[in-house]
Design a protein around this ligand. Structure first.
Ligand code: KG4
Ligand code: ZN
Length: 356
């Protein structure tokens, strides 16, 4: 294994190409990102999604996902290099998601990447998937000033994470049960709307409805930065059961989708703004799959503007799982590592981004 190029530590000007690899869930993704003086340029970002395959089961089936990753990874890898007009020889660093995620799926990406690193004698760094989501915000033009507050909302996680500098993550709060995206998926299932639920629920919420309903805002005033979405989902279940006595499911869907989405967003935004005040935050960053939600994006922007925080939203193509974000997170992580040790890259289903 070669050491990470020494020029990185000494020179102010850095130019390197990073290969990112992501297989933590149901997307096989490979990207090539060029970094020039800390500024990234995405040369390629190929994502092969298995969403349709898993939709028939109402969620991701881990072993099926792994089998698809094995089938797709070399094809996606070839496509990413080709699109970036690059050869493997041009790559300075390999960055791979090591967790959190589904263990059989993670093992495909880590085994592939470690083998690649070994055979090509390239340095390799293991990346936390959630750090990847956070770094999706660094592809924008605007300079991001620390301290940063991250609202991370994905299918598996909901967290408020303070960042005083690159790679320094402090957990302020997280969900005590379901993640926000998971709640969207479960509510979609109750409404018989299919999988993944997020995009369908938000589309349904935009439709007109004659029915007015109220749902709770769990832990809105809990005095901490934790969240809970499981009770909200149960409240939806009972509400739909009641409404079904009077209305058809077609009539119920828009009303429930709208109020559920609003309830989830109210709690996410209120806690984010409170934490931003308490920790004297300069920049508020949204990330994770749920960051694709239009109303959440709009509300966060408006509230940040009102309260004097800079707001950053990732481009839609970088909200869901991709490997460009992994490459960039890997770049910043590699700066802190004396000597990337490829043996330390291990798939870990429960890898934590931060502790309190
Ligand atoms: O980050 P991600 O791609 O995968 C994980 O790492 O979990 O997030 C997927 C989640 C799913 O739960 C999906 O329903 C949700 O993101 N999602 C949305 C929207 N688009 C995707 N949730 C709400 N509104 C959306 N527009
Ligand atoms: Zn993700």
């Amino acid at each position: 294994m070669t050491e990470l190029s020494n020029f990185k530590k000494t020179a102010k000007f850095i130019l390197m190409k990073i290969l990112g690899i992501e297989t933590s869930c149901d997307e096989t993704a490979v990207a090539v990102v060029k970094i020039e003086n800390d500024k990234p340029e995405v040369l390629s970002s190929i994502v092969s999604s298995q969403v349709e395959l898993h939709a028939q089961y109402g969620g991701v089936v881990p072993n099926l996902a792994a089998r698809e990753h094995v089938k797709n990874i070399s094809v996606v890898f070839d496509a990413a290099l080709k699109k970036a007009n690059s050869q493997i020889e041009d790559i300075d660093l390999i960055a791979v998601t090591q967790g959190p995620g589904l263990i059989p799926a993670l093992m495909v990406g880590t085994a592939f990447s470690k083998t690649l690193a070994f055979l090509t004698d390239k340095p390799i760094v293991g990346v936390n998937h959630m750090a990847g989501h956070v770094y999706a915000n660094w592809f924008g033009e605007k300079e991001i000033e620390f301290p940063v507050l991250n609202l991370i909302v994905s299918g598996g996680h909901t967290m408020l994470v303070l960042m005083k500098d690159h790679g320094k993550f402090e957990l302020l709060g997280e969900t005590v049960d379901d993640a926000a995206g998971e709640a969207f998926d479960k509510v979609a299932r109750i409404l018989e709307l299919g999988y993944p639920g997020g995009p369908i629920i938000s589309a349904e919420a935009e439709k007109d409805s004659k029915i007015e309903i109220d749902l709770p805002r769990p832990m809105l005033n809990s005095g901490d930065y934790n969240f809970s979405f499981s009770g909200l989902k149960t409240a939806v279940l009972y509400k739909v059961k009641d409404l079904k006595e009077k209305y058809s499911l077609d009539e119920i869907r828009p009303a429930v989708a709208k109020e559920f989405q609003q309830a989830a967003i109210d709690v996410l935004i209120k806690k984010t703004m409170k934490a931003a005040e308490e920790y004297n935050i300069k920049s508020v960053l949204l990330s994770g799959g749920v960051a694709a939600n239009k109303l959440l994006r709009k509300t966060l922007e408006e509230e940040c503007e009102k309260n004097g925080f800079e707001c950053y939203l990732p481009e839609l193509k970088y909200t869901t799982d991709n490997a460009a974000m992994i490459a960039l997170a890997g770049y910043f992580k590699s700066k802190e590592i004396e000597k990337p040790d490829w043996k330390s890259v291990q798939a870990d289903a429960n890898l934590r981004l931060a502790s309190r």
